[in-house]
Design a protein around this ligand. Structure first.
Ligand code: 4DW
Ligand code: GAR
Length: 197
């Protein structure tokens, strides 16, 4: 069976992107990373993708002012030009409108650094510590217009220790993200993820 063509959307460091690229090198992996798009020209992940000889594109949201529709049409044009079949958001920090999200319904994943539905939004590690949570984690979910709310594909728990700081907890969660995301993309590429109607 032919491998699904995947685009990864990033805004920064790109460590989850690197994990997906590494996983997709396995000959039996059902997806190939065909494109990396950043909305920020200075994202560190762009150089890491180029070092792996993966095509990259920059769609700089600041060039579209408040016109989110024009920004998203430019994103969509890149996805179409590269014949992309599945999209992975990996630290991509621009809110996508229902227009784009519906276009990719059931075919777009996001990774979130918490055990959804707990701790939606930003600063998840700080808030988990402040709440006195004993367990935290990471979630890969289908993207729907409502942020951090689509069907959960996989999630994995991470224990919180008494001595944890935001930094130590973030590092423990990130290590889990790096093995969770490739597993989730594999399931989606194999057609083993059912999205709700
Ligand atoms: C996410 C959600 C919202 C913002 C940033 C990140 C999590 C992942 C995600 C990215 N784009 C998405 C999702 C999602 O889960 N669902 C949808 N789109 N529909 C966010 O609100 N970002 C704001 C600004 C960030 C910045 O300053 O760069 C924004 O206004 O876009
Ligand atoms: C990751 O921890 C990811 O879960 C988080 O941003 C980081 C990106 O790191 N995403 C969100 O918070 C989405 N709301 P990376 O660029 O090294 O993959």
């Amino acid at each position: 069976m032919s491998r699904k063509r995947v685009a990864i959307l990033i805004s920064g460091r790109g460590s989850n992107m690197v994990a997906l690229i590494a996983a997709a090198k396995a000959p039996d992996y059902p997806a190939e990373i065909a494109l990396v798009i950043s909305n920020r020209p200075d994202a560190a992940g762009l150089a890491r993708a180029q070092a792996e000889k993966i095509p990259t594109a920059v769609v700089d949201h600041t060039r579209y002012g408040k016109d989110r529709a024009a920004f998203e049409r430019a994103l969509e044009a890149e996805l179409e030009a590269h014949r992309i079949e599945l999209v992975c958001l990996a630290g991509f920090m621009r809110l996508l409108s229902p227009w784009l999200v519906e276009r990719w319904r059931g075919r777009m994943l996001n990774i979130h650094p918490a055990l959804l539905p707990a701790f939606k939004g930003l600063d998840t590690h700080r808030r988990a510590l402040a709440a006195g949570a004993k367990t935290h984690g990471a979630t890969v979910h289908l993207v729907v217009p409502d942020v951090d709310s689509g069907t959960i594909v996989l999630q994995e728990a991470v224990p919180i220790g008494a001595g944890d700081t935001e930094e130590t907890l973030a590092a423990r969660v990130l290590a889990v993200e790096h093995h969770l995301y490739p597993q989730a993309l594999k399931l989606l590429a194999q057609g083993r993820v059912l999205s709700e109607s």
